[in-house]
Ligand binder design. Structure first.
Ligand code: FAD
Length: 444
């Protein structure tokens, strides 16, 4: 397994449970003794798909112990007015803010506690012959070569393994970079307490840009600016402390008062890139080895649905299922896994891009609020029959492509009702009755 990040470690757990011997090769130092990197998505939201994958291997409780549930979005208007929108109709469901480094450590420790799992840190893959499974690594002691009959790559969005599979007849890859970057900032605890409501994901929607904040167990918030890379209000334009501070205080005034280290964070934290990676196929079979891609290495997506890791965790479950179905025949299992997961990974990639527009621009609009109220009303009226897209993505394990199809059917039904209302009461009544009947039968 190349990469001992979130997906690599969870996959190692699943493979070890099946009795396989796993060696994790990780380019970074051992996270159990090293400090997390500055500005690298300190926390992330884990929802039902991720929890389901953790639950199947008995890790959900441990992971959720330190999680902070967020049951909705808290909108921060430019004048400081707050508006809360719950994620589910009853307000009872929540996504969970989790420390990335804690989660990685928990998964690493869980994998190493299983028989047959070993981790080698400061091993950066620099070469791979997919035909023979021969891998080359840079290590502090010099280059090292290893060979494996099964090479699994969970080495992230800029996967070194994937790069080496891009031969003629190998893996086709497209990488679409958003014209936006991200930078992390901090709202520290105030007098030992959270400075904002920790039960919500905070959003400062500002049209073409936005900031979000997720709570941390130490009562701080990690904020992420999603700004254009160039043009007005961009990282490129706001390149001096004075320009940045003046702009930030004008556009995010309520947050400014809570951020004593703002200038330092802005000056020192890196600007991250946002990329969508599409690859096909997700495995390559050689004469002596098979190589497969998992997690971001197979399908990196932009973070606006909070689904990248959740989707990667689903990969682990599907690979496990395919191994079960094929009697642990790795080439057959990897082919099956790729054929089943690809459509869903492509769908969540699109949904995540669409959600960026929703979060930065639409959430503050009246029509959006009206739509949310209508959605929640229908959810209450037709429990289990009408389910919003957010609910299906975040609080279910319905495959992503099926979510898209189901939402299209629901939207058509709702549009028919709206048309009925426009056409007049008798027609509306007939259409509504028909819709309710269809929804009750499960037609939507
Ligand atoms: P990674 O976590 O990137 O791990 C890859 C590992 O491989 C790393 O440990 C790396 O050091 C190692 N590696 C890389 N190259 C080599 C090499 N050559 N040799 C050896 N080892 C190597 N997802 C969510 O579900 N919810 C969220 O709220 C969320 N928020 C996000 C916010 C931001 C700003 C970003 C950027 C992403 C977010 N994501 C979120 C996505 C999530 O972080 C990724 O989908 C997830 O980390 C993918 O896990 P992975 O194990 O596939 O890759």
């Amino acid at each position: 397994m190349v990469g001992a990040g979130l997906v690599g470690c969870l996959t190692a757990c699943y493979l070890a449970r099946r009795g396989h011997r796993v060696v994790l090769y990780e380019r970074r130092p051992d996270p159990r003794s090293a400090a997390p990197e500055r500005g690298r998505s300190i926390n992330l939201a884990i929802s039902e798909r991720g929890i389901d994958a953790l639950r199947r291997i008995g890790l959900d409780r441990t992971v959720l112990e330190t999680a902070l549930p967020m049951s909705g979005r808290m909108m921060h208007a430019p004048d400081g007015t707050l508006g809360f929108q719950s994620y589910s109709a009853g307000g009872e469901r929540a996504i969970n803010s989790i420390s990335r480094s804690d989660l990685n450590r928990t998964l690493l420790e869980a994998s190493l506690a299983m028989p047959g799992v070993q981790a080698l840190f400061e091993h950066r893959l620099t070469g791979l012959d997919a035909d023979s499974g021969r891998m080359e690594f840079d290590t502090p002691g010099g280059p090292v070569t290893r060979t494996a009959t099964v090479v699994l790559a969970a080495d992230g969005a800029y996967s070194a393994v994937r790069e080496r599979l891009r031969l003629p007849g190998g893996v086709e890859v497209t990488q679409d970079h958003l014209d936006y970057g991200y930078k992390e900032l901090t709202i520290p605890a105030r007098d030992g307490e959270f400075a904002l409501d920790p039960g919500a994901l905070h959003i400062w929607p500002r049209g073409k840009a936005m900031m979000i904040a997720l709570p941390n167990p130490d009562r701080s918030f990690t904020c992420t600016l999603f700004w254009p890379r160039s043009g007005p209000g961009s990282f490129e334009e706001l390149d001096t402390a004075e320009r940045f501070e003046e702009f930030f205080a004008a556009v995010y005034p309520d947050a400014r008062t809570l951020m004593p280290d703002l200038a330092d964070d802005y000056a020192h934290n890196p600007i991250g890139r946002l990329v969508t990676v599409r690859a096909r196929p997700w495995h390559v079979r050689g004469a002596g080895a098979v190589t497969g891609l998992l997690g971001d290495a197979a399908h990196a997506i932009v973070p606006f649905y909070g689904q990248g890791a959740n989707c990667g965790f689903e990969d682990c479950v599907e690979l496990d299922r395919c191994l079960e179905e094929t009697g642990d025949d790795f080439p057959a299992a990897l082919a099956l896994y790729g054929s089943r997961r690809k459509e869903h990974a492509d769908t969540i990639a699109e949904l995540a891009l669409e959600n960026f527009v929703e979060m930065r621009d639409k959430v503050a609009s009246r029509s959006f609020l009206l739509r949310k109220r209508l959605e929640h009303g229908l959810e209450r009226l037709l429990p289990g029959r009408y389910v919003s897209r957010y609910e299906l993505v975040s609080f279910s394990t319905v495959p992503y492509a099926e979510v898209r199809r189901r939402i299209a059917r629901q939207n058509r039904a709702v549009a028919a009702v709206a048309l009925g209302i426009v056409l007049g009461v008798p027609v509306a009544a007939a259409v509504t009755t028909g819709l309710l009947r269809r929804l009750r039968r499960g037609g939507a």
